[in-house]
Design a protein around this ligand. Structure first.
Ligand SMILES: NC(=O)C1=CN([C@@H]2O[C@H](COP(=O)(O)OP(=O)(O)OC[C@H]3O[C@@H](n4cnc5c(N)ncnc54)[C@H](O)[C@@H]3O)[C@@H](O)[C@H]2O)C=CC1
Ligand SMILES: O=C([O-])CC(=O)C(=O)O
Length: 316
């Protein structure tokens, strides 16, 4: 039986950090890097392979000369595309990154026909939609990364507010990966204690707002791109859940098919991930307030999808 193989298309900040995370955990046999600049990919592959040796892991990092060489992968992560700069919204990347996603999927659906695809490029939910549309694959095999990141950010802001509990904070964020994402304090705990027992609603609302702006805060500080360490770790967790058939529940961006009352739109919801990708979509009971916020977030993603059609994106 051959070892597990993971392709990473787009070897910028997030892509190379995903490769690093996978190499450090040794969770796959081979990571294949694909970048336009093949020499740069070769340099990263050498550096990463040497890091794996230092960590005494067996993961090897190789380079795909062409996209077609991202072949027979078990998982393919898509981090190709522009990041936003200060003052931009993720949605400003829509048309440019949708074209990249479409071109990449056109090849990957043939070269790695049995893979689970994990889109990361922004605007994330719309990119998952484009990937599904281009491949024509079952929705279980295209899973967008965002919810793990947004939940981790919320946990960080809870820690900042409390001053204790780091590593014991479990937060939940649903909805699209945009300005209308839906942090869920009522579904969040610290070592099992409900967040609502530990903080006032004023404090909780502050955390909610910080979470929604968490990506923009980092963009404003970095000035030349966006976050990558936390996004990469979140992506690696999803890759590992597939490779090891872990049946873990994570918040991820998936095509809804009636769940929460929506269809033909992508949004972040809790899903169970195993070897076949999304093996179950979990329907949490939302109260009226949560439901209203989730509806708004779904509406924002729908507007992006409509914008793709309005721009003749799908016209040949
Ligand atoms: N879903 C999420 O939560 C997150 C999404 N992102 C998104 O991920 C994407 C990547 O971010 P970074 O790595 O920071 O950007 P980056 O600029 O460091 O890397 C992007 C790379 O994609 C490459 N690229 C562009 N078109 C390509 C193609 N057709 N084939 C192969 N490579 C191609 C570029 O040459 C560049 O190296 C951005 O769209 C960003 O907004 C970033 C963080 C979190
Ligand atoms: O903020 C951005 O543009 C990148 C991203 O999606 C994030 O870090 O959440």
């Amino acid at each position: 039986m051959r070892g597990k193989r993971v392709g990473i298309v787009g070897v910028g900040n997030v892509g190379s950090s995903v490769a690093y995370s996978l190499a450090m955990s040794g969770s796959c046999h081979e990571v294949i890097l694909r970048a336009h600049d093949v020499d740069k990919a070769r340099g990263k592959a050498l550096d990463l392979s040497q890091a794996a040796q230092a960590a005494r892991k067996h993961t090897v990092i190789t380079v795909a000369e062409t996209l077609e060489d991202v072949k027979d992968c078990d998982v393919v992560v898509i981090t190709a595309g522009s990041p936003r700069l200060p003052g931009m919204s993720r949605d400003d990347l829509l048309i440019k990154n949708a074209q990249i996603m479409k071109d990449v999927m056109h090849v990957i659906k043939v070269s790695s026909p049995n893979a689970v695809i994990i889109p990361v490029s922004n605007p994330l939910d719309a990119m998952v939609y484009v990937a599904l549309k281009e491949t024509g694959w079952d929705r279980s095999r295209v899973i967008g990364m965002a919810g793990i990141l947004d939940s981790a950010r919320m946990a960080h802001f809870v820690y900042e507010k409390l001053g204790y509990g780091a590593g014991q904070i479990r937060c939940s964020v649903m909805g699209g990966h945009g300005d209308d994402m839906v942090p869920l304090p009522r579904f969040s705990t610290v070592a099992g204690v409900p967040l609502t027992d530990l903080l006032t609603w004023d404090e909780i609302n502050e955390i909610v707002e910080k979470t929604k702006k968490g990506g923009a805060e980092i963009v404003g500080l970095l000035k030349d791109g966006s976050a990558y360490y936390a996004p990469a770790k979140a992506t690696a967790l999803m890759v590992e859940a597939v490779l090891t058939d872990m049946k873990q529940i994570y918040p991820c961006a998936v095509m809804l098919d009636g769940e929460y009352g929506y269809s033909d739109v992508v949004s972040g919801v809790p899903v169970m991930i195993g070897a076949r990708g999304v093996e179950k979509v979990i329907e949490a009971n939302l109260n009226d307030d949560q439901d209203r916020k989730f509806a708004k977030s779904v509406g924002s993603v729908k507007e992006l999808i409509d914008a793709l059609y309005a721009n003749n994106f799908y016209a040949e």
